[in-house]
Unconditional design. Sequence first.
Length: 295
Amino acid sequence: MDPDWLPFHPAPSKPEFRPPSGAVDAHCHVFGPAHEFPFARERKYTPCDAGKTSLFGLRDHLGFSRNVIVQATCHGTDNAALVDALLFSKGLAKGIAAVDQVITHDELRALDAAGVRGVRFNFVKRLVDKLPREALQRVAEKIEPLDWHIVVYFEAEVLDEIYDLITALPTTVVVDHMGRPDVAQPVDGPEFKKFVRLMEDHPNFWVKVSCPERLSAVGPPGYEDVVPFCRALVERFSDRVLWGTDWPHPNMKSHMPDDGALVDFIPKIAPTLAQQRALLVDNPMRLYWPEHVSR
């Protein structure tokens, strides 16, 4: 792994907050193990191994029932580690893949059969080379018949640049980590208002109120400066919010979070039982396991 890489917490605490029955960690990753699933040659970073057994052990320790595993950029468009974890989960995990425009319909159907339910477009320039607009549109057209959705990862300052592209996507769109707002700015300031308007104007957009450890200036254990941003979205868009650990927390530089403390962050941003159930159970089940949701 990279010399400055921070490995995931070796012994996360048991959270005081008890997630509701059936709770879903809707954003996490698997890395390798590299001897079995080599990292992509074009990767921007080399992480530690963080395989499926560690992930599912953490799931049980934190009191969750299911996972949504997001393909890591260090694996490029080789989704083998992701598919392996999905199959090992016996239906308790779904996936978000990374694909390019040359993927075939047969390859997409195979990913679908394994439990993949969407693709991710990464616009964070330090992590991945930006794909051409035409390539993204082509991928979107290919996945639409599968009823998959698209996850987009970007930082707040590029929203204007990509606004027309992401709002023209023909599927449900899920924004990672609230579009990474600058939490030093006011929650009712112009930058975050722009993101709220995006959610208001486009009802096909969902958002993950996750990763306070990446956004906070005050840091652990409470990440209090992130709370108003998450809470504003939970209150306003209660049926379109998701939450995840982001385990094993790739590219963290300031500190490695305690995943138990991250779970204890949840009641700060979703204080009512109804909000907690929507955030952790109802919303992710509706998006990823619709076959198990009562009609």
